[in-house]
Design a protein around this ligand. Sequence first.
Ligand code: SAH
Length: 240
Amino acid sequence: MHRFYLTGEHGLGAEVRFNPAQVRQITRVLRMRVGSRVLTFNGSGQEWEVEIVATSPQEVVGRIVEECEALRESPLRVVLVQGLLKGAKMDYLIQKATEMGVAEVILLSTRRTVAEGLGKVARWDRIAIEAAEQSGRLVVPKLSGPYPLEGYVVGQSPGASLLLWERERVGTLAALLDRMPPPDEVKILVGPEGGLEMDEVALLRRAGFVPVSLGPRTLRAETAALAALAILQHYWGDLR
Ligand code: SAH
């Protein structure tokens, strides 16, 4: 069944109204009629079955006919702190990280950031919503930034904070996960295409980030982020 993210209050019997992009999708692309059913979610962790009760080219109204039990959110809250990537790579990573169940993405600009990411957050939000709709997520990951790295580290509570660093020679991510009790939340920081400068790594260490390696090969930033998300969700989350 097609799924739509709709903000606002949901409850059995309530009427819901779809936004203009969804109206277009429902009437023109899917050509749904009165009586068709779709699923909606509003980020609260629940899902509803909705029957379309009125359609016009401008408006689609639905009525919530069923509350569905759904457990598709990971017990592990993963926050991906990602150095901005260029155009299509950033889009790709937002989509895939959403599928991998990430709770939040915080974007950073660093010394070697080449992309200009201002003004694109609305576009990445749309990508995250679409990926959440498609993958059965019940919440849409929260996106924020880009923040300068130096500003971001101020006031960070260390918690479980990992820094993916290709020059770390001792600690691997898997070895760390083997000996750590599972936390509720883990932050994972990945550099941009050009990596991080030594003094940025030093700053992050001082802020409590633990450098870990993903093995002997240098991965592209988006590969590193997705590999780390897979490993974290496998060890501590729900990717099994
Ligand atoms: N500085 C390098 C490569 C940067 S790779 C260069 O240009 O030669 C981009 C990011 O991916 C890095 O900042 C790091 O966060 C992550 N990364 C890539 N390979 C990794 C590995 N083997 N272990 C841990 N992190 C890795």
